[in-house]
Design a protein around this ligand. Sequence first.
Ligand code: SAM
Length: 455
Amino acid sequence: MSKAELRARLDEIGVRPSKMLGQNFLLDTNLAKAIVADLEPSEGDHLVEVGPGMGALTVHILATPARRITLIERDHRLAAELTQRYTAEIASGRLAIRQGDSAKTDLLSLFGYGPVKMVGNLPYSASTAIISHFTAAASPACRLVLMVQREVAERLAASPGHKDYAALTVQLGRRWSVRKLRIVPPDVFWPRPAVESAVIEVSKRPVEGLPNPDPEGFSALVRQGFSSRRKQLRSLLKLPLGVWDDWASAKGHPVTARAEDLPVDHWADLALHVTPPGHDHPGEMCDVVDSDDRILESRLRSEVHVNNSLHRAVHLWIFNSRGELFLQKRSPWKINHPDQWCSSAAGHVDTGETYEEAAHREMKEEIGADCPLVKFWKVGASEETGYEFVEYLVGLCDGPFCFAPGEVETGAFFPIEQIRRWVERTPDEFTPLFKMAAAKFLGETERLIKLVSGT
Ligand code: SAM
């Protein structure tokens, strides 16, 4: 769209560009096309555009093969204009338009249409809040291509030792990598901003070999470390005597190092060193059983898996008072089914435990809650179940929940219809044992809830 066309359209709908909303509209069609191509859209994708404005990127997003497109625009006049312009696409179910603040938008409802790729020419003042929201553990986004102020891009992509290397660089860098794709001059926008912009690509880092600290402990440590850039970490972090000195020398840092000297993975390693994970299973024993689920002997968990010995496990389905089911996303550091969505809690039955005792323990350990539980299904051990006899139990609990670091990445309640659609469209995002139960029981959740509530 030329500048004259854009101004005429804005006049028609009575909009004068708002500085507060960062309304600098993109005029360069080739650049808009290139930004959308940078997202590498494919057929099954769910593309989410933040701040579509007058649709400079939207028109190219609609031309991709993406299955689903969601636009999130804060300005209700622009959201209304786009809704009118794209009536047919909305009616077909391919396009959804939300009016609201994308730094606060409900991300959970975006799950279930396919992998979410997020794109946007972001409003300057809200860009870091929007990026933090879309890169949180509970976000469905797997890749982001964003136009931001050049200064923000430099900060997000900075290397250790650089003046731009900041707490935000480290917080984001733990799980995401940031690449600057291109610098954009001010004159491709109207109104012309005072500063340069840059397009960045933000993509998930593979976790192999990365330290895995408790995310909250990591965040707190990084905040503390960057609270005064001039001060040495030795005095700033207030670690027990000798802990900092020993760790710094082991990692090859002088004991006088400052926050900006530590690479992201060293920050993660330090957080892990300071607060080691609470729960690990290396020496835990579980019962090996025969084909009738009778106990034969007790074995180390690791041996049971290597030998494909028959053993026992539990899966919990926890509903809230709205009838939604709590799903947990397994940690990407898990050996089995990393990063997949699963039942509310799940795990092995330890030696000496009943199924029910194991279920309560797993619920407490994994999601930090407990409630009465009732058995609703049992499946026999087979190759498909990972050689496990599995008892499924149902419970009612509104939370609050707190997730075991290293075990559970995140978790949330989802409406049953959404889960059904999600499993159907992207089955690979779920563990086999969840899918097995979902195929049989997602249509019977009211009965399951009655089973435990007794009504
Ligand atoms: N995508 C359009 C383009 O490239 O021409 C507009 C980009 S303009 C830089 C930023 C857009 O984000 C504006 O349409 C503005 O109204 C919208 N916006 C501002 N704050 C927002 C927020 N918190 N959430 C969603 N949209 C927002």
